[in-house]
Every structure is written in C-alpha cells, then in structure tokens.
Ligand binder design. Structure first.
Ligand code: GLN
Length: 197
C-alpha cells in the first residue's frame, strides 16, 4: 500500500532483461524497487514494471514458473503496470505472425523487431504532450510497435506514424526504454498517474 510519505514499493519482473536500470531509476526517485520472480513477490507491491529483454525468454519463464497466472490476476485487479519493449509484447493480446501468447491484458496487436534490421536500434527526441512539455530522449532497441488498437486504448506517442506508447486503464506500454536515459520523467508519470492509489 502507498505510504503517507508517497514512497512506493515498485516491482520489476526479474527473469531476464533490463532489470537493474529500472531498479536504479526507482531508487533515484526515492521509492523501493523489488525484484519479482515468484508469486509471493507480488504481495505488497504498489506497481510493477515488465522490462525489456527477450519476450520469448521472459514469456517462457513466466509459464514454466507458473507466475503468469498470479501476475495476470494481479494486473486485472488493477495493479499499475508498465511494460517496456519486451514487456509490451508480453502484455499484448496479439503478436503478429506468432501463435505464442502471454498475459493478453491489453487490446493491442504488436509487431516484434518492427523497425527493421538496418535501424534496429536508434534514438530520437520527442515531446509527448500528455506526459511533459519538454522533449524526451526515446531509445529503441530491436523494438516492437503497435499495429492495431481497440477503442479503449489511448495512444500516447507515435514515431514515424507508428504507435510506440499507449495506455489502457492501469496499463502503460512503451516500445522505447526511458530507463536507459538519465531522465526519470516517464517513470514519474507512471508512478504519479491518477489510478495510482
Ligand atoms: N526484440 C525483443 C523481443 O522481441 C524486444 C527488445 C527489447 O525489449 N529491447 O522480445
């Protein structure tokens, strides 16, 4: 539960991928970051981040450990959730050209490694109006983008006409990696959202 001093306990799914970077940003904002690997780790967290990495690996571990069931229930019951990159893929209802599905909690269809091999990693700068009036650095690494959304999904940002950030109820997804920059604006936005109790 959120304490009176506004400090939160934020879980980071810690099977594989960019875990440390998220934990460092959580700490930089004065909150407590905790690694989530098993059901018990979900008990008293105020929010969770599903990091970037390899969605097939993280997805496989979610299934093997059985964590997928309790994590899904927890997010469905309103746990504020932010999926970065592979995390976005894990949350999507559909992945283009792939049978394998994971949490299926967001009404989006995503395309993996979608920016192509020639420019598979790149940086750009953009103002995301709903988040900040200042430009943010957006880092993309073999990133997916969203190819379809249902009406209940709010688009937060597009790059080259491709949807790279969106929100549905308590879930936010980004194709890019704010945790790989020195800017905590995005994490702050996530943790200060109105649905954060
Ligand atoms: N390409 C990875 C995947 O498909 C995602 C890359 C990332 O998370 N940086 O799972």
């Amino acid at each position: 539960m959120l304490k009176e001093d506004g400090k939160m306990k934020v879980g980071v799914l810690s099977f594989q991928g960019g875990v440390i970077e998220h934990l460092n940003q959580i700490k930089a904002l004065g909150h407590t970051g905790v690694e989530v690997k098993k059901e018990k780790d979900l008990d008293d967290i105020d929010a969770i981040i599903l990091p970037g990495g390899e969605s097939t690996t993280i997805g496989k571990l979610l299934k093997i450990t059985g964590l997928i069931k309790s994590l899904k229930e927890k997010i469905e019951s309103g746990l504020p959730t932010w999926g970065t990159c592979a995390g976005m893929i894990l949350l999507a209802n559909e992945v283009e050209g792939q049978e394998e599905k994971y949490l299926q909690l967001m009404d989006i269809k995503v395309k993996r490694n979608a920016f192509g091999t020639q420019i598979d990693s790149f940086k750009t700068h953009k103002v995301i109006e709903k988040i900040s009036k200042d430009e943010m650095e957006l880092v993309f690494i073999r990133a997916p983008y969203i190819t379809e959304v249902k009406d209940n999904v709010r688009i937060l940002c597009k790059v080259d006409d491709k949807i790279v950030a969106a929100r549905q109820d308590n879930i936010i997804v980004t194709s890019f990696h704010p945790e790989l920059t020195n800017d905590v604006t995005f994490l702050n936005y996530f943790l200060k959202s109105k649905w954060m109790k």
